[in-house]
Ligand binder design. Structure first.
Ligand SMILES: [Zn+2]
Length: 269
């Protein structure tokens, strides 16, 4: 069913907010608001470890021997599954409340284009990064901003949001991750690192709207881009590559066929 959703515009359509995402605190806003990281997964981890250890000692399913799991294993397993579901639900709930609040108050929300998949490759940080749900946060902001007729500015992945001075605009060459307080070499401006980044992001929105298309060269999706909302919701967009699925399958089967032919001809039986 296609439903036309009533557009609820933001309380302050002219207002712009920059959102700097992090791990220690979930987000720092350019209004100096800090949203703490609830750490749902970390809090459940102790129980989770205990249950998983217990399940390991019980008679689980064995695919090779085709043995069915014991009732005790089933019970423990069900508890593990429920705990994971709980953590996911709590995380989603917190993100929904945050994104709804942001979109409801501010007409323009500026976020970073984070390389989440790349950061998840870091084994030391992967769990904590996955535990905050940045990608889901961005998805929700883009989605809800569309409903509210707002604007989302996604800063380029290489935009130096942390290295730039939000007071004079000087860009530092180097800034260590351990430096939690930003201090400008040129004007001596001192501010919390994340708040400085959030302010730079907020400033990017006005620059992007004034300069127009200078920040968005055609055919370069990696650069800073502005998404304008339409206000109507027409369901989910088609998954990427959905139209190419048929072509991909036929290509693969064709490949398999030639491979088979090659194999039967070249390899001596
Ligand atoms: Zn400065």
């Amino acid at each position: 069913m296609e439903v036309e959703k009533a557009v609820k515009t933001a309380h302050h359509p002219e207002s712009t907010i920059g959102v700097d995402l992090g791990v220690t605190s979930l987000a720092v806003l350019s209004t100096a608001d800090v949203i703490a990281n609830p750490k749902h997964l970390e809090r459940a981890l102790r129980t989770l470890r205990r249950l998983q250890r217990r399940a390991a000692r019980q008679c689980g399913p064995d695919k090779r021997a085709r043995e069915k799991p014991s009732n005790r294993w089933r019970k423990t397993h069900a508890r593990i599954v429920r705990l994971h579901a709980r953590v996911a639900a709590a995380r989603r709930d917190g993100l929904h409340k945050l994104t709804t609040g942001l979109v409801r108050e501010h007409g323009t929300v500026v976020i970073e284009d984070l390389n989440v998949a790349g950061m998840l490759a870091n084994r030391r940080l992967a769990r904590r990064i996955a535990g905050v749900g940045w990608a889901e946060l961005r998805r929700q902001i883009e989605c809800k901003s569309g409903w509210a007729g707002g604007r989302v500015v996604v800063a380029d992945r290489w935009f130096p949001s942390s290295k730039t001075c939000s007071d004079c605009g000087a860009v530092k060459a180097k800034l260590r991750l351990s430096e939690r307080v930003f201090s400008c070499d040129r004007c001596g401006f001192v501010l919390d690192r994340d708040l400085n980044a959030a302010r730079n992001l907020a400033a990017l929105a006005s620059a992007a709207s004034c300069v127009g298309t200078e920040n968005t060269p055609a055919g370069n999706p990696g650069k800073t881009r502005i998404m304008r909302a339409t206000g109507t919701v027409t369901g989910r967009p088609a998954p990427v590559g959905a139209g190419q699925l048929c072509r991909g399958n036929s290509g693969r089967s064709g490949h398999g066929f030639t491979h088979f032919l090659n194999g039967s001809m070249s390899e001596p039986v």
